[in-house]
Design a protein around this ligand. Structure first.
Ligand code: GLP
Length: 233
């Protein structure tokens, strides 16, 4: 695992954006795994700024988001699709048919998970995946106890995760379930970059640094991958 430490979230975001943009320049047809949450917003802001100057940045790129809330329509203000539209999709020349998120309101959610896995495989697999870190060590929505081989599936969110994400749902109905790429799916990405910034992450970060690999701490699965970079403040 490579560790890079930055003075502040701005510097971290600049580095994350640099990694993403360099990867697109090296392979314009790259398949990206993308996160949501507060941490990557600075990265997306910078990417959008550069891509408004560099025509055709995302023209041949394919993206797969890590997760989406179950029971939340794509056009809901709290959906991760809305987040991605706001922070990236609407501002770059990514082909909408190449921008994938699980459909949280599919009639058969299990079938939707299988479909998502197939789509990733048919796209050639993930080349580069960015992750955030939940306070309890979750990656995507893989909560503590998730088997490291897990594939894309429907999961129940813990109370602490629902609380951490409650401000997306001001009307009070915080979703209880989500669809998430599995840890096994994530580990198949050729390269992984974990972004860790913001308050409340100290304990999770210390646990990750400690190096113990345990399903009780999902992010520790990353120690099993040979190309992981952790960007932290
Ligand atoms: C959510 C997302 C995760 C994200 C985490 C941390 O639970 N599903 O993918 O990493 O939040 O979010 P934040 O960056 O806001 O701390």
């Amino acid at each position: 695992m490579n560790w890079e430490t930055f003075d502040d979230a701005d510097a971290l975001s600049a580095r994350a954006a640099e990694i993403l943009l360099t990867a697109i320049r090296d392979n314009p047809r790259i398949v990206l795994g993308l996160p949501t949450g507060r941490t990557p917003i600075g990265m997306y802001d910078r990417v959008v700024r550069v891509c408004s100057r560099e025509y055709h940045c995302f023209r041949d790129v394919t993206t797969f988001n890590l997760d989406e809330y179950a029971g939340v329509p794509a056009d809901h203000t709290g959906s991760y699709f809305t987040y991605m539209k706001r922070h990236l999709f609407d501002a770059v020349d990514l082909d909408p048919t190449h921008a994938h998120l699980p459909n949280g309101v599919a009639p058969d959610l299990d079938a939707e998970c299988t479909r998502y896995e197939t789509e990733i495989r048919e796209a050639g697999g993930l080349d580069l995946t960015f992750l955030g870190l939940g306070r309890n060590g979750h990656i995507g929505f893989n909560e503590p106890g998730t088997p490291f081989g897990a594939r894309t599936r429907v999961v129940e969110l813990t109370q602490s995760t629902r609380k951490a994400n409650a401000d997306l749902f001001p009307e009070g109905h915080v979703p209880t379930h989500a669809i998430t790429m599995g840890i096994g799916t994530i580990l198949e990405s050729k390269r992984i970059v974990l972004l860790v910034a913001g308050s409340g992450k100290e304990e999770a970060l210390a646990r990750l640094r400690g190096g113990e690999i345990s399903e009780a701490f999902p992010a520790s699965a990353l120690w099993k991958h040979d190309d992981v970079t952790v960007l932290t403040t």
